[in-house]
Design a protein around this ligand. Sequence first.
Ligand code: ATP
Length: 586
Amino acid sequence: MGTFQWVWQYIRRNMKLLIPATLLIFVNAAAIVVAPLIGGWIIDQVIGQGHTERLVPFLLIMIGVTLGRTIVRYIYQVIFEQVGQNVMWDIRHDLFEKLQKLDFTFFNNVSTGDIMARMTGDMDAIRNFVAWDSYNLIECVLWFVTAILVMGSINWPLTLALAALTPFIGFLTMHMSNEAHPVYFQIREAFAHLNSMVEENISGNRVVKAFTREPYEIEKFNKLNDAYKARNMDAARVSRRYLPPLDILASMLSVIVLILGGFLVIKGAMTLGDLVAFNGFLWMLNQPMRMSGWLINDVQRFSASTIKIRRMLGAKSSIPVQDSEHYQKLQGYVTFDHVNFEYADAPEVPVLHDISFTVKPGETMGILGETGSGKSTLMNLIARFYDPTSGEVLIDGKNAKDWPVRQLRDQITIVMQDLFLFSDTIQDNISYGNRQAEPQLIQHMADVADASQFIAEMPDGYDTVVGERGVGLSGGQKQRISLTRALVKNPSILILDDTTSALDMETEAEIQKKLSPITQKKTTFIIATRISSLRHADQIIVLKHGDIIERGTHDELIAKHGYYFDTYQKQLGALGVKGGESNGEA
Ligand SMILES: Nc1ncnc2c1ncn2[C@@H]1O[C@H](COP(=O)(O)OP(=O)(O)OP(=O)(O)O)[C@@H](O)[C@H]1O
């Protein structure tokens, strides 16, 4: 589908506005010819033939039509702006909806700044095209054609002489368009890079300051700023090269009218009034010629932005999110059957290798492993954020791929390592996954996650706004709110990825005690580095470089004297506790 065809899908939804607006453009174009015609009549009839009584009516018509024309133009300009805004709304909506459906793989590969460039600058190029360029293009064509027709009816040889310049204009605009296209594409790319850098710098501003790397960041920014400026200068150079010849051609029109028209008047082949009228029509030829350069620039900018937006709209998710009428409650059986996994962007690095296990409803599985051993990846496969490269993940005995994704994720909750709270009240953050949650449930779960006390001490309690625009929270507070949010959702499968790592051991033990009656009714996965978080799990696996190297209960693993035992010993040592017996508290 071509660029214009694509945007037409959106524009045509506004036919009720577009048809009257386009008709008004025609009315305006017809009204434009009145003033020059009357100008000619005043010369010929009032001045030349002495019909002075016609002067006032001529002038009144002239003023009335000009006034009416101005009002008509104002009305259709507003309507086109409305259409532009409607089109932007629809495309923005489609883009945002698309973003909600795209999977982790997409977000791993596209920067936030790039996405923001699509949602802002590129969107603006489309608004500009629909709300401004479109009616200007129609006006230019209409004025040009109307001028040629009316001037042709007054004096066709002179009109033909003027029309002879048209092929030159066509040639210049076509060349300018071809040259401008890649430049505008590069401008959009450079803008996206600039956006990405700024976004990353703002997100990571604490790291920048901690490492006092402000000068380095400024230098990096300046390079991208220079590149953006240079691309814009390239575009300016293209237009500056073509605009003067277009201007010269437009000025040549006056020269032709003066020389050839004057000659025709002297020869008596044309009246002076006709020549004045002709001169009055000149701007209707002039204006489109001068505008053509600017319009081409805008159209190229629009075209480049459209290509980028369409790429994003066309991005494919390897895990499509589909709804299902029939809602099936998960029991919570999770089975990994010889699962292997590599990330699509790093297929040469095996992340999980031949993983098999089964966890039943009500059971808790603990996962231990050094950093980068594949623990989080394993959990992401359960919620189907990724699909295994080979082998199967079975949920309640059915391949996870055969579950409607929304249904699956609705009943599986991961408290991710990478905690995120929205710029919203604590109450809304906690009830994010369960909007109907009663205040008592929220209060109870906040108690379980040991969050209720510090929330009560906040300036507005549960109504305190946290996140980017609100009160800052400590890592441990964020973890406890995230845990409350997960518990309030009441999932069948609960995954806690290093959820209590920022808490002291006493608080962690307290939370574990309160969590126990809840997790007994769910399938729970706990990823932790502290043995104290894992020791009560029904089964524990130890991962190393994507392989399960040990599995069993706490006691069995202690007895094995392997990685788990060593970790346990080190943690006991760190606490200054002697011995390694299985019932010792870590
Ligand atoms: N999006 C990604 N693309 C490519 N490789 C990735 C991606 N995410 C993680 N990896 C790689 O996969 C491996 C496992 O990562 P994972 O996050 O699952 O480890 P982990 O055991 O949870 O680590 P940690 O304890 O540090 O959280 C690592 O080698 C990591 O570099």
